[in-house]
Design a protein around this ligand. Structure first.
Ligand SMILES: C[S@@+](CC[C@H](N)C(=O)[O-])C[C@H]1O[C@@H](n2cnc3c(N)ncnc32)[C@H](O)[C@@H]1O
Ligand code: SF4
Length: 412
């Protein structure tokens, strides 16, 4: 998906001191936000046992010992330097993602959560998710995360078929995947299972088998992603043979049908949940809430009274650690131009089955609804959205052609 960011000023790099950057963010401007949106915290742990050939996340194959303590020191320094930008705001959700966060020991995750709690107020009952890979699974590890304060585990299964797992370069097999999900279910009140479909050589019957096993494990939340061949990955260089578009659509229909039959509601384009189990952290992204991202390559979106700002941390783990410990983790920051805000909002909000409240569009972007009026009319004419006086939401057709729908709102 296009990641379009239009800066209204030149990008500013790490050399700028925090005080100067803060003064710039706080000064007056043409945009006016009546209130700041909910704030989430994202923590990126960038290492994996092995780089998967389809993956374009900021993940790095672990060479030698895991630099756990130094990385935690860097995260602490990063967080402390970021506090002035979110002063006085409570954190609604925390997501510890990767990479493979489950490479870190429960003791390290315990220290991380304690470090966070000591520096920023977390909302009571704050959702704290940790991503786990079945290849790093050992008995009682998940209970250790639970004891450290993690409330929700997200298990990256991808498939339960050993052939597919091999083709995807995964470090785990079917048996490990099942054991990991069973352990997640035993240790957590809520957890997510990640699957991918339209895999190399996958048939509809193969997908059905994956779904049957996934649903038998009764995850309260399921994410199912269409395998995307991302640029700059091994698969982009050596493309595997994947199912044709028609076959992939048929698979998606099957996923929608079977998840709904067991009470999992598709609340976002790729996410299905039982009542009470939606991912509050991801929901905040899709509702154009704010997030502070700490860790190597983490992205932030932060609102101020007169602007919305995006920041990116240094990507390479060693470079990140050196710079974060020196108090300058941010490699790049830029203001989102007024012209780009409607598209950025719609890119996220239209992923949600229930769409968005018209009032919320104004609250989050500081713009009048007239800034998307012609787009809404065009999308409605094409049968891609429906609306009433309070809300706008994508139709089934809008969900099927989501990128067409989103691109209607691209800036001229
Ligand atoms: C950042 S990964 C984190 C999980 C963990 N690192 C793992 O792989 O088990 C989040 C999820 O994104 C999905 N994903 C990653 N690359 C993808 C791609 N190229 N196409 C579709 N889904 C992808 C996978 O389902 C993965 O579990
Ligand atoms: S384990 Fe996850 S983050 Fe790591 S390379 Fe594979 S898909 Fe990417």
């Amino acid at each position: 998906m296009a990641d379009i960011r239009i800066a209204s000023e030149a990008s500013v790099t790490a050399a700028e001191p925090v005080a100067g950057r803060l003064a710039r963010y706080m000064r007056g401007g043409t945009l006016s936000l009546a209130a700041l949106p909910p704030l989430s915290l994202y923590v990126h742990l960038p290492w994996c046992l092995k780089k998967c050939p389809y993956c374009d996340f900021n993940s790095h194959e672990l060479q030698g010992e895991l630099a756990e303590a130094r990385y935690l020191d860097a995260l602490c320094a990063d967080l402390e330097a970021a506090l002035p930008f979110i002063w006085g705001r409570r954190v609604q959700t925390v997501f510890i993602g990767g990479g493979t966060p489950s490479l870190f020991t429960p003791a390290a995750i315990d220290r991380l959560i304690a470090d966070i709690r000591a520096r920023m107020p977390l909302e009571a009952g704050c959702e704290i998710t940790l991503e786990a890979n079945p290849g790093t699974f050992e008995r009682d590890r998940f209970r250790g995360y639970r004891a450290a304060g993690v409330t929700r585990l997200s298990v990256g299964v991808q498939s339960f078929d050993d052939e597919h797992l091999k083709a995807l370069g995964r470090v785990h097999d079917r048996a490990q995947a099942i054991a990991a999900v069973e352990e997640a279910a035993a240790a957590f009140d809520t957890f997510n299972l990640d699957l991918m479909y339209a895999l190399p050589g996958q048939t509809l019957a193969g997908l059905d088998a994956d779904l049957s096993l996934a649903l038998a494990l009764a995850p309260p939340h399921l994410s199912v992603y269409h395998l995307t061949i991302e640029p700059n990955t091994y698969f982009a260089k050596f493309p595997p043979v994947i199912p044709e578009d028609d076959a992939a659509y048929e698979m998606l229909d099957r996923i929608t049908e079977r998840t709904s039959a067991v009470g999992l509601q598709r609340y976002e384009i790729s996410a299905y949940a039982r009542t009470g189990h939606v991912c509050a952290h991801n929901l905040n992204y899709w509702q154009f809430g704010d997030y502070l991202g700490i860790g190597a390559g983490a992205h932030s979106k932060l609102s101020f009274a007169h602007r919305v700002v995006r920041q990116v941390r240094f990507r390479e783990p060693r470079l990140y650690m050196d710079n974060a410990i020196a108090g300058r983790a941010v490699a790049q920051s830029e203001e989102v131009g007024i012209g780009a805000l409607p598209f950025e909002y719609m890119l996220n909000a239209l992923r949600l089955k229930d769409g968005f409240r018209l009032a919320e569009f104004g609250e989050r972007t500081g713009l009048a609804i007239t800034s998307i009026q012609s787009g809404l009319e065009e999308a409605e004419r094409k049968g891609l959205i429906e609306r009433d006086l309070a809300r706008v939401w994508p139709t089934t057709r809008g969900f099927d052609f989501l990128s067409d729908l989103q691109s209607i709102f691209l800036p001229d």
